[in-house]
Design a protein around this ligand. Structure first.
Ligand code: AMP
Length: 395
């Protein structure tokens, strides 16, 4: 990586503004249901504490429209305090006089957390005045929020133009794993894409086809490719506007592109009619009835995909193989996760649904790397520059 990291700067006694991604899922009582993003930020937080920095953490939580108590970071502050066995006070705003005096009162090794930066709409607008107020709190900036690095927001990009910015350890690790998988992959290099829409993944399909030995496409996306092959797909997901794109890919990719050969179909969408009411069948892809819908990959496809994974040396996976939120349609996603866990390849799981699935299924410790950023990892794989990284100081 050509960006400076925490190790390249002296932080002792300095006020350091650290953009972290503490956007964790919580239940209706605020209890954190998955603290991976908090634990992933600990190496940077602990390093700063041990090196005598005055650490000012800034993060978003959810997508609030203005100040919304539901999206307070109070539970996160309490959870983080417990994890590091040090009080991390939550300051009730992220800019203004109260924040300033809390920062002025800090001593070396102290850590505080600013309230949800998205309570200010200026954050997502990358408002320069708002960025200047954030930057005025600190002498140095660290971006450790890989999950939002694809966004040019005030706390991810704007501040780095005003005070010297470096990458935190999580950011560095994410960029190193994804970067070396793309630039110097051990071959065979296999990418697996799933999820709902072709539209969201056009760029990444194009970019990956130039790099991988095999591109596996499963999930809802696969049906537009099957339709482009002239097959009946019934009521399966169809991205009509991108049929031509899929035809072009099919015409040029040859054997590099691998699609499902059989699928689990349902009489109705489980989100609409409930899982219990879904009648299911397994059929070959050329046998989908016009009033049924494809909801998962079938057993033959699982064997085919698993064999490709078993023979690979690098695998990157992003997106579920079916409507995995329901157990009737989760087998394909589970089986791909299992195939990755059994493989001796370098296995990199893009964030989002596939990362959550791997974690829930208990395969997390079998993966080489599970990214904390779904959208960011996709944009990185697509070859797009991430604004939150570009803004950091070069080595
Ligand atoms: P994405 O956000 O594009 O990664 O898509 C994730 C969503 O794709 C999940 O909510 C899945 O339920 C959905 N999905 C995966 N396979 C299918 C399918 N065959 N039909 C409809 N939705 C699907």
């Amino acid at each position: 990586m050509n960006k400076k990291t925490l190790k390249d700067i002296d932080v002792e006694g300095k006020r350091v503004l650290v953009r972290v991604d503490l956007n964790v899922p919580q239940d209706e009582n605020g209890a954190i249901t998955d603290d991976n993003r908090i634990t992933a930020a600990l190496p940077t937080i602990n390093y700063l504490r041990e090196h005598g920095a005055r650490t000012i953490l800034v993060s978003h939580l959810g997508r609030p429209k203005g100040v919304t108590p539901k999206y307070t970071l109070a539970h996160v502050a309490a959870h983080l305090s417990r994890l590091i066995d040090q009080d991390v006070p939550l300051i009730p705003d992220c800019i203004g006089p109260e924040v300033k005096s809390a920062v002025d009162a800090m001593t070396n090794g102290d850590i505080l957390l600013l309230e949800n930066v998205r309570f200010h709409p200026e954050e997502e607008k990358n408002d320069p005045e708002f960025a200047a107020q954030l930057a005025s709190l600190a002498e140095l900036y660290v971006n450790d929020a890989f999950g939002t690095a694809h966004r040019a927001h005030a706390s991810t990009e704007g501040v780095a133009k005003l005070i010297p910015g470096v990458a935190g350890f999580l950011m560095e690790m994410e960029l190193d794993y994804l970067g070396s998988a793309l630039d110097i992959p051990k071959r065979p290099f296999v990418a697996i894409l799933g999820g709902a829409k072709v539209k969201d993944k056009i760029g990444v399909i194009q970019a990956l086809l130039t790099k991988v030995d095999t591109l596996i496409i499963g999930g809802g996306m696969a049906y537009t490719f099957l339709k482009a092959q002239g097959l009946e797909i019934g009521k399966s997901l169809l991205d009509e506007a991108n049929l031509d794109f899929c035809r072009d890919v099919l015409a040029t990719a040859g054997d590099k592109l691998q699609l499902p050969v059989d699928v689990v179909i349902t009489s109705g969408n489980p989100f609409d009619i409930g899982e219990a009411a879904c009648e299911t069948r397994t059929v070959k892809v050329n046998d989908i009835p016009s009033d049924w819908e494809g909801a998962d990959i079938g057993p033959e496809t699982i064997s085919k995909f698993s064999a490709i994974i078993a023979n690979s040396a690098t695998v990157v996976w992003n997106g579920p193989m079916g409507i995995f939120e329901f157990s009737k349609f989760a087998e394909g996603t589970r089986a791909v996760a299992e195939a990755l866990s059994l493989s001796s390849a370098i296995t990199i799981v893009g964030g989002g649904d596939s990362a959550a699935a791997v974690q829930q299924l208990g395969y997390a410790d079998k993966m080489t790397h599970i990214s904390t950023g779904g959208g960011a990892s996709l944009e990185f794989l697509e070859g797009k520059p991430l604004p939150g990284v570009v803004a950091l100081q070069n080595k």
